[in-house]
Design a protein around this ligand. Structure first.
Ligand code: COI
Length: 361
């Protein structure tokens, strides 16, 4: 696909403090922009990152037809930058788009857009292991029209941001609490889509949780308030005895790509993995019996994040770990080892982008 490219003549990279990156605050020099109208995606363009202007009647602002992805580009050990599981991200954004009655993206547009952006902005990919260039592809209804029905015009953008750890705790264990008053998703709703509104709706409960000392909410199912679903910012895993358990994808849980990778890697180690319903009571029982070994979250932004405490109705599960547990540590090293090209990628997950000989190691 031919993408029109207009390069910036004023890179902002020299003003970036790569040793003190805050998640999602700094954006690289370029962005991709493409508009869907008259039933087709128009000419894609890469241009300097900057403001976009719309009328107040912008459809997405009123009705929330907006979906996104979270991906990362990793600095590899040679003159390549690795992207990760591109096919899966494309499949997921298209699933989200379908659910939100939005147009799908072609493989050519998605892949070429990402590759060309990385070739232009590769210097923005942090070199520290554990840091990465977070990539945010997103699509929204950009018709200037406030009728409450699917729009006929959409815009798709890709922007990127150099990042370190997602949580302010870094890789220290985070604290989660269940919510008795709010739910994240119901079957048949939009919970398994990466739709903007799913996140917006979770901010009030998250803010309340943070006010009383927790990092995030651990969402329970909306019907029985009993079965564990996800954290909103990441999927969740429990090591109970020798079995790795994660809530099944039942239509209310985001099908995480790091989640999928963790399951595949654990299985390759010979670990018994169960994707099934797991209740909060089962978790308390596993702790009581001493079988609960580790809890960790998995997500693109969060990578592998240890969980040190879960609060449920004032009772706590605390894991005797102020550090990441050995299983989560090994998983972190394996996932990131593949992503950064340090470990053999027998899965074919990495998508290397050659950026010439200018990247020195
Ligand atoms: C991601 O992990 O990429 C996400 O989109 C989660 C978001 C809360 C940062």
């Amino acid at each position: 696909m031919k993408i029109k490219i207009t390069q910036t003549d004023q890179s902002r990279i020299s003003s970036v403090d790569f040793d003190n990156l805050q998640f999602g605050r700094t954006f690289s020099d370029h962005m991709l922009e493409v508009v869907f109208k008259d039933g087709a995606w128009q000419q894609p363009e890469i241009k300097p990152y900057g403001p976009i202007s719309f009328e107040p009647s912008l459809h997405a602002l009123h009705y929330g037809q907006a979906v996104f992805e979270g991906m990362k580009a990793y600095y590899s050990s040679d003159d390549t930058i690795n992207l990760f599981r591109l096919d899966d991200h494309l499949e997921r954004i298209n699933n989200s788009a379908r659910r939100m009655s939005m147009p799908e993206l072609s493989k050519d547009l998605f892949f070429s857009g990402l590759e060309e952006l990385i070739k232009l902005d590769y210097k923005w990919v942090p070199k520290t292991h554990g840091h990465a260039l977070y990539i945010r592809p997103f699509m929204f209804a950009s018709e200037e029209y406030i009728a409450a029905k699917s729009a006929s015009e959409y815009s798709f953008y890709i922007i990127s941001s150099p990042v370190a750890a997602y949580y302010s705790e870094g890789f220290k264990p985070v604290k989660l609490t269940t919510s008795q008053n709010y739910v994240r998703a119901v079957k048949g709703g939009t919970g398994e889509a990466k739709a903007a509104g799913n996140y917006g709706g979770s901010f009030l409960p998250a803010k309340k949780a943070q006010k009383i000392g927790f990092t995030q909410v651990l969402w329970l199912d909306a019907i029985e308030h009993k079965y564990i679903e996800e954290v909103g910012t990441m999927n969740i895993f429990f090591l109970i005895g020798d079995t790795l358990i994660t809530p099944q994808l039942s239509g209310t849980v985001l099908p995480g790509i790091t989640r999928r990778s963790v399951i595949a890697i654990a299985k390759s180690w010979g670990v018994n993995v169960e994707e099934r319903r797991i209740s909060i009571d089962e978790l308390f029982e596993a702790q009581k019996s001493g079988d609960l070994k580790e809890i960790f979250g998995a997500g693109t932004a969060a990578v592998i994040s240890p969980v040190g405490m879960i609060d449920h109705k004032g009772e706590q599960i605390t894991l005797d770990q102020n550090e990441i547990g050995p299983f989560a540590q090994k998983m972190f090293e394996t996932v990131t080892g593949i992503q950064y090209g340090k470990l053999d990628d027998s899965y074919g997950w990495t998508h290397p982008v050659n950026v010439g000989n200018e990247v020195s190691v």
